[in-house]
Design a binder for this molecule. Structure first.
Ligand SMILES: NC(=O)c1ccc[n+]([C@@H]2O[C@H](COP(=O)([O-])OP(=O)(O)OC[C@H]3O[C@@H](n4cnc5c(N)ncnc54)[C@H](OP(=O)(O)O)[C@@H]3O)[C@@H](O)[C@H]2O)c1
Length: 414
């Protein structure tokens, strides 16, 4: 009997059922007022197990990540990889940045991630695009996000460039990255997004950082024909953003997505409450933080350049935080004082995008794989020699990060 209960609990956890039942912030518990659900098709809120309405997409729940049905009926994996690597964003580092992001994306997709958070402004869409191609995961099984920024009046060109760099013919979610510029330019950008949504080249529309400029938020809500499905804000245990979450989720039925979910790794690991809870579950503080997001009904997009961390961060669907633990984490909120950025956006442009090149040298059927290091489950590194056929087989089940260009490929398998 005990065994049957344990099995049922495991199934509930891996499907996200228990998490949703425990949270106070999941869409399913919010009233669906103030929103026109007829834009694509009506659908209930909350986590679901099937894909979205558009035939081209085939989003399913993988690795225990729950799907959320957005206010337009489209289903999205409610956990993803943040692809921004701020430490490599100087103009001279585009090659290194894109090579790194390509590896991150391959590792994440092969670890069960199906949601990637990108932006024009991260200068890494080319690496993300190649990573998707080489991951072995079909495009239609991936939720791909990017964001428009800079000259919002030129949004059509920005969107075409986004598709070109990512090498895709549709994007699942497009955000306006920052509410900077005139209200007219912000709305002009939204109109482009609406047109592309209707044309089937965008599946959901989002606003990012609009919590920092309410006049822009109100202007969009008053004038948009298609209202936003998602709002992205900074949100983590030290800055829990209660008011912004209530505004978006309660009043407008939007999913809240969290940037800096790990507070950009600045200090939370030393927090005694988080450490105590992590010890109790034999999990890391990072896993506890991300589990907190899941149980709050939020969508975190943690970033990492480290394969072990990428795997660790998604390994959060085999445990649950108790009500007391959730309450303890809610109590460490520092409100606005806990935020990393609190920009006052205004009538100014957020910098112009300068296109870049990325010299991608990988060949889909490599012939010069010189070795593979394996470090699975903390064991010592091992060297393997693989031919291209073996490599293809391994790509289906394991994480691979390639490093180095040219004739010889060094392949690191985790
Ligand atoms: N809309 C916006 O304006 C906006 C702004 C900022 C960010 N974002 C989005 O949010 C995403 C996440 O932000 P972020 O990556 O800067 O911050 P983050 O996810 O809060 O934290 C990332 C940092 O945590 C470390 N880390 C991750 N997992 C770890 C683990 N298991 N153990 C130890 N260290 C770990 C990473 O180091 P390692 O690389 O060593 O793992 C990195 O330094 C971005 O990638 C981007 O997509 C959006």
């Amino acid at each position: 009997m005990k065994k049957i209960v344990a099995i049922i609990a495991t199934i509930m956890l891996s499907s996200g059922v228990m998490a949703q039942g425990q949270n106070n912030g999941g869409n399913s518990s919010f009233p669906l007022n103030n929103f026109d659900h007829s834009v694509t098709q009506p659908a209930p809120g909350g986590d679901v197990s099937d894909g979205g309405p558009q035939a081209v997409s085939n989003i399913t729940s993988v690795s225990g990540v729950p799907l959320v049905r957005l206010n337009n009926g489209v289903a999205m994996p409610r956990f993803g990889l943040g692809t921004q690597v701020q430490s490599m964003e100087s103009p001279g580092q585009r090659q290194q940045l894109n090579e790194t992001v390509r590896g991150m994306v391959i590792s994440a997709l092969q670890s069960g991630y199906r949601h990637l958070d990108d932006a024009i402004f991260y200068y890494n869409e080319r690496g993300t695009g190649w990573g998707i191609k080489e991951s072995g995961i079909p495009r239609e099984q991936i939720w791909l996000t990017s964001k428009i920024s800079g000259n919002l009046a030129d949004a059509q060109n920005a969107f075409e460039g986004m598709l070109r760099r990512l090498q895709v013919d549709y994007i699942d979610l497009v955000y306006i990255h920052h509410p900077a510029g005139t209200l007219q330019d912000i709305l002009a950008c939204w109109r482009v997004m609406e047109r592309e949504y209707k044309a089937g080249r965008i599946r959901a529309l989002g606003i990012s950082n609009f919590d920092n400029r309410m006049e822009a938020f109100n202007y969009i809500m008053q004038n948009a024909e298609i209202k936003p499905q998602i709002a992205q804000i900074e949100c983590h245990p030290l800055a829990q953003r209660i008011e912004a979450r209530q505004l978006y989720a309660n009043n407008y039925d939007m999913q809240v997505e969290c940037w800096y979910p790990l507070n950009h790794n600045s200090g939370d690991v030393n927090n005694a409450t988080l450490q105590r809870i992590a010890n109790a579950h034999n999990k890391s503080v990072y896993q506890v933080i991300l589990r907190w997001h899941m149980q709050e009904g939020l969508c975190p997009v943690p970033g990492s350049t480290n394969v072990a961390h990428i795997r660790e961060n998604i390994n959060i669907f085999d445990f649950a935080l108790s009500d007391a633990e959730m309450a303890a984490i809610r109590a460490i909120n520092r409100g606005n004082a806990g935020r990393s950025f609190n920009l006052a956006y205004g009538n100014w442009t957020f910098g112009n995008f300068q296109d870049y090149t990325y010299n991608h040298t990988f060949t889909p059927t490599p012939t010069a794989i010189e070795g593979v290091r394996s470090n699975v489950d903390g064991q010592d590194d091992k060297i393997y020699s693989l031919d291209s056929k073996q490599l293809t087989a391994m790509q289906k089940g394991l994480n691979i990060v390639r490093s180095g260009n040219g004739a010889t490929k060094k392949v690191l398998v985790k």
